[in-house]
Write a protein that binds this ligand. Structure first.
Ligand code: NAP
Length: 321
């Protein structure tokens, strides 16, 4: 497709998102001298920036703190000429060539786009929960754990994140009740065993949260729970509710422009090529959690960021840039 004539500079590549995938793509495209522009997005640093110890990222035998890993990646990307900007995408036209992005009042043109905007925390979407976000309801244990000092709290979820957060929160809270809506847990055995062995963590399975109490007081006072098997309701007096029930892909800006699956993840072919109506979209690549509902690991996100960057290089080279 011929490029439209425009007066503003055209970037070789713009990367949306600054988590593991986006920053790895920035390191690779930076090293390829493509001067990537990284729009850091709503959650700079992505999910690793609000996690604690990462024990399974190769190269750190003792583990590494998520925010430290991200900070190192940022420094590495910047060293190779990446520009990191605290901004987020307002609108995009993927059909124009160059691709057009609107960021606030600014219009940005780019030959290629790497979508690495990740996924955001899922909420229960109860009115009482929404009313108490920031007043005892939170999805960030790292950010808010300290405030739970000396209190009894609840963690919602049954995956690795829930186990990790429950364990982390025992540093502050006197008691952690982990509430899982299903009979079985999605968490890996090692994480589940660790949490189950901890004397401060209690488990409630087959249990849903029906209401967060304390809306009038603007402070969480407890949870109204329901046992899904017996139907019995109960009140759990807790001062905090930490959500750890998975994530929703941040792909709404691309709806109608790229193929999404039923849960809103970007569909890719050959790992990082985006499609529209099944046909490859030229110059638009996706990597990390926005296109990965299966593995969702820091290392797989980084790997796909690398792949997207290599495809960008190839794409530009083939077009003589
Ligand atoms: P996840 O594995 O998808 O688990 C989500 C949990 O939330 C499930 O227990 C699910 O219950 C529950 N849930 C979802 N929607 C809910 C709702 N509306 N109400 C109540 N419960 C709900 O998510 P994750 O724990 O965030 O983990 C994501 C990925 O990151 C996984 O691949 C995990 O292995 C990885 N991870 C790894 C580590 C580590 O290795 N250190 C740490 C954290 C995360 P159901 O089972 O009933 O659907």
């Amino acid at each position: 497709m011929p490029e439209t004539t425009i007066s503003t500079p055209i970037h070789d590549t713009v990367i949306l998102g600054s988590g593991c995938a986006g920053l790895t793509a920035a390191i690779y495209t930076g090293r390829a001298n493509l001067k990537p522009l990284v729009l850091e997005g709503h959650e700079p640093g992505g999910q690793l920036s609000i996690t604690t110890l990462v024990e399974n990222f190769p190269g750190w035998p003792e583990g590494v703190q998520g925010p430290d890993l991200i900070e190192n990646m940022k420094q590495q990307a910047t060293r190779f000429g990446a520009e990191l900007r605290m901004a987020h995408l307002d609108a995009v036209d993927l059909t124009s060539h160059p691709i057009t992005l609107r960021v606030g009042k600014e219009t940005i043109h780019t030959r290629t786009l790497i979508i690495a905007s990740g996924a955001s925390a899922r909420w229960l979407n109860l009115p009482s929960e929404q009313a108490l976000i920031g007043h005892g309801v939170t999805s960030c244990a790292t950010c808010d754990g300290f405030f739970a000092r000396g209190k009894e709290i609840a963690v919602i979820g049954g995956g690795d994140t829930a186990m990790e957060e429950a364990l982390f929160l025992t540093r502050f809270a006197t008691k952690v009740t982990l509430i899982n809506r299903s009979e079985n847990f999605r968490a890996s055995k090692i994480m589940l065993d660790r949490a189950m062995a901890h004397p401060q963590i209690e488990f409630l399975s087959n249990t849903t949260v029906e209401e967060v109490l304390g809306v009038e007081e603007k402070d969480v006072k407890g949870l109204r729970l329901k046992n899904r098997v017996s139907g019995a309701e109960s009140i759990l007096p807790v001062a905090f509710m930490f959500l750890a029930i998975g994530h929703i892909p941040n792909a709404s800006a691309f709806k109608g422009m790229v193929d999404l699956d039923d849960d809103g993840y970007i569909k890719t072919t050959h790992n990082v090529f985006t499609t529209h109506n099944g046909t490859i979209l030229p110059g638009v690549f996706a990597c990390g959690d926005i296109q990965d509902r299966r593995y969702r690991q820091a290392i797989t996100a980084a790997g796909s960021g690398c792949m997207a960057a290599l495809e960008v290089e190839k794409y530009l080279e083939e077009r003589g840039h």
